[in-house]
Design a protein around this ligand. Structure first.
Ligand code: TRP
Ligand code: SF4
Length: 402
């Protein structure tokens, strides 16, 4: 199980279709690496899927568990990370509602994905309240677990930025309880006379001179104090800086570069473009799909020379082939030494080789769906504990704990 002192990571994914190799190379591979040395929370963002697919209830039913099996196939280890469904933790909705009260409308209207997606998904009516609120719901998903990092693609960076603004505003509005000073005094008493004298002194130095060393020392001391609870430490740190308490810490985006693996036609890989290879695609289909991939149109006959730069298969080589194979492909293409089918064979082999352990990992879960349910059940219960703790704190900060 994860260690308590590891940095926390949180991310989510919308269950709107079977996962494909673009997801693997663009995101999940990174998640799998993170689970080794971070406390990871990964969730199925089924409410988020509803913001665009509210008319098709079967989508989530079909893909929510399938997506978890795909995650497990890719190597996410339920012993190492907490996997859960967003919709099972209504605290996300509670935080969303509370954050909505103080979030200025223009903050949401100017999120770039809002207009972009409305343009792109013209066949859907996205002039909805839910769709506008999408990034704020995402902010609630994130802030409720107080993660240090949020690994997402570039398209989501603006949502994490909004999350940070929302957290800052929340802390500004609610970080100072009406009895803030009394609570600080209480914490100082708990620390003892000597320590609190030292803190008061270095606070004065810091506030007068901005001495970074004084700040660092004090924050370090407060953070490691076992005499104080977490909210008490946060409050005291806020007091030291001359601000309020950090109720909701600001997360950092952990930018995953967009997938190096394009779709079969060289565009972004996406199920809706019909250019994807699913993670658990069967062997025959994979072979057929790669064989049918378009290549440099200049290569009509075997003797026609080609240019790898104009060929999506070459981009696959760059992800899947070692240097010598790449050299072989590039030279063979430019000098017309062999046909495109020959060039494609090492790519086919490499995709199947990559897929083999994924199929092996997925098999027991496909055979016993109850096990997947248990994994989600356990993950949801773990996530719920964290979510509830944050909400108690949030309610208190907002004056709702009567
Ligand atoms: N909006 C994300 C996407 O479409 C999914 C998501 C929802 C998410 N909530 C999140 C990602 C919280 C990271 C953190 O990919
Ligand atoms: Fe593409 Fe290879 Fe054919 Fe060249 S030989 S066009 S790189 S498939």
């Amino acid at each position: 199980m994860t260690m308590m002192n590891q940095e926390r990571v949180l991310s989510g994914m919308r269950p709107t279709g079977a996962l494909h190799l673009g997801h693997y190379h663009g995101a999940i591979k990174n998640w799998v690496n993170l689970q080794n040395d971070h406390e990871c929370y990964f969730f199925v963002a089924d409410w988020h899927a509803l913001t665009t697919h509210y008319e098709s209830r079967d989508v989530m039913e079909k893909y929510a568990y399938e997506m978890v099996i795909d995650w497990l196939a890719c190597g996410l280890d339920p012993e190492q990370c907490t996997l859960f469904f967003q919709s099972r933790i209504p605290e996300h909705a509670e935080l969303f509602t509370l954050l909505a009260m103080g979030t200025p409308l223009p903050w949401l209207e100017r999120v770039p994905t809002y207009k972009d997606q409305q343009e792109k998904l013209r066949d859907k009516d996205l002039a909805t309240y839910g769709f506008l609120g999408y990034p704020l719901l995402q902010a609630a998903d994130i802030l409720i677990y107080k993660p240090k990092y949020v690994p997402v693609g570039e398209d989501q960076a603006s949502h994490v930025e909004l999350t940070r603004e929302v957290a800052r505003r929340f802390n500004h509005l609610y970080g100072r309880e009406s009895n803030f000073d009394a609570l600080v005094a209480e914490s100082l008493t708990k620390l003892g006379k000597d320590s609190s004298k030292r803190l008061e002194k270095s606070k004065k130095v810091f506030q007068e001179t901005g001495d970074a060393k004084a700040l660092e020392g004090a924050i370090g001391f407060i953070a490691s104090s076992e005499l104080l609870s977490y909210p008490e430490r946060e409050r005291l740190a806020g007091w030291f800086k001359g601000m309020g308490r950090t109720v909701l810490p600001e997360p950092q985006v952990l930018l995953t570069k967009s997938s190096k693996l394009p779709g079969l036609d060289g565009q972004k890989m996406s199920k809706s473009y019909g250019n994807a290879i699913a993670i658990r695609e069967d062997e025959k289909t994979i072979i057929e799909k790669v064989k049918r991939m378009p290549t440099d149109p200049a290569r009509v006959k075997l003797t026609d020379k080609g240019d790898p730069a104009k060929c999506p298969v070459w981009q696959f080589h760059q992800v899947y082939s070692d240097e010598s194979t790449q050299e072989w492909a590039s030279k063979g293409c430019k000098n017309a030494e062999f046909g495109c089918l020959t060039c494609k064979q090492p790519v086919i082999d490499a995709i199947l080789r990559e897929q083999q352990p994924m199929l092996e990992r997925a098999a027991p879960y496909v055979a016993r769906p109850a096990v997947v349910r248990e994994i989600i059940e356990a993950g949801t219960e773990r996530a719920r504990v964290t979510a509830r703790t944050t909400m108690q704190d949030v309610r208190t900060a907002m004056g709702l704990s009567y």
